[in-house]
Ligand binder design. Structure first.
Ligand code: CNA
Length: 270
């Protein structure tokens, strides 16, 4: 384990090197937000109370059009504002502060990368976020604070056409934001780049393809509770696999890189 961490720190310390993150729900579990697929604690294991025909229906656009209540029950629990970033989120922010962050591709909808201080041009929220909302019928925009208020008394409806309003989270059956495709065209061939994949089962496409498509000279790192996706199907000789809690790994890397004081300051600021 220590040798692997030293190798990662060594690459990060190199003049001109950068890092691209590919993250998922696992980097937010320590913040109190359940992931999808962890047995027992994941959202899919705990959705019986919503009476769904199948677990993914809660994020299925066709199901939402017929029955938006299940999504809104869950959205109320997950809505940003109640949660603080994890050590891993701050590690991403520190990489930015040190001029090392090429990009952070996130599947998360909790906006914790932003809350940790990662800048808009460095984040790709591949599956959207709760930051904006639109009517699914006439596409009129609704401010988050209005949506939040309407959520307290029922399902938010559009004041213009009475259609259902939905946060701009990408549901199954919807396209990904153009920012995802535009920036990936720029990023996928970056040389001298480290790819850190963390807290994701790499089960949702096209996101799951990114670490597979990344430049062959790029060292790939997986920090996750289990091996998954391209690290199982198409491993590369140079891959580094760390099957551990992502915050524990981030803390150790921060120590090796000499960034501990800055990390403590970020955590203290909250
Ligand atoms: P997932 O399929 O639930 O996988 C999470 C992975 O993280 C699993 O392999 C876990 O073993 C692993 N994991 C969990 N906790 C830790 C930890 N502390 N340290 C290391 N590994 C850990 O979730 P994915 O992100 O892969 O799936 C993509 C979905 C999840 C996206 O569409 C998201 O919108 C969606 N999602 C997001 C959130 C959020 O925004 N926080 C929460 C739940 C689901």
């Amino acid at each position: 384990m220590d040798k692997k961490l030293e190798k990662i720190a060594e690459v990060l310390k190199k003049e001109g090197s950068t890092v691209t993150f590919f993250v998922g729900a696992g980097i937010s579990t320590n913040c109190g937000i359940p992931d999808f697929r962890s047995p027992k604690t994941g959202l899919y294991a705990n959705l019986q109370r919503l009476n769904l025909p199948y677990p993914e229906a809660v994020f299925d656009i066709e199901y939402f059009k017929k029955s938006p209540k299940a999504f809104y029950t869950l959205a109320d629990e997950l809505f940003p504002g109640k949660f603080l970033p994890s050590i891993f989120h701050y590690f991403i922010k520190l990489c930015q502060d040190k001029g090392k962050l090429r990009r952070c591709y996130s599947q998360n909808i909790d906006t914790l990368e932003r809350i940790a201080g990662v800048e808009d041009d460095k984040i790709v929220e591949a599956h959207g976020s709760f930051a904006n909302s639109h009517c699914i019928t006439c596409k009129a925009e609704m401010e988050t604070k209005v949506l939040r208020k309407l959520m307290k008394t029922g399902i938010p409806k559009c004041p213009v056409c009475k259609g259902y309003v939905k946060p701009d989270i990408v549901f199954f059956g919807e396209g990904l934001p153009s920012k995802f495709f535009d920036l990936w065209d720029e990023d996928c061939d970056t040389e001298k780049n480290l790819a850190i994949v963390a807290g994701t089962s790499l089960a949702v496409f096209p996101f799951a393809n990114l670490p597979h498509e990344i430049n062959k000279n790029c060292k790939r790192v997986l920090i996750n509770r289990e091996k998954c996706g391209t690290f199982l199907d198409s491993p590369r000789k140079t891959d580094i696999i760390l099957l551990e809690d992502c915050d524990k790994i981030a803390e150790k890397l921060v120590d090796l890189l000499g960034w501990k004081t800055e990390l403590d300051a970020l955590i203290a600021k909250g």
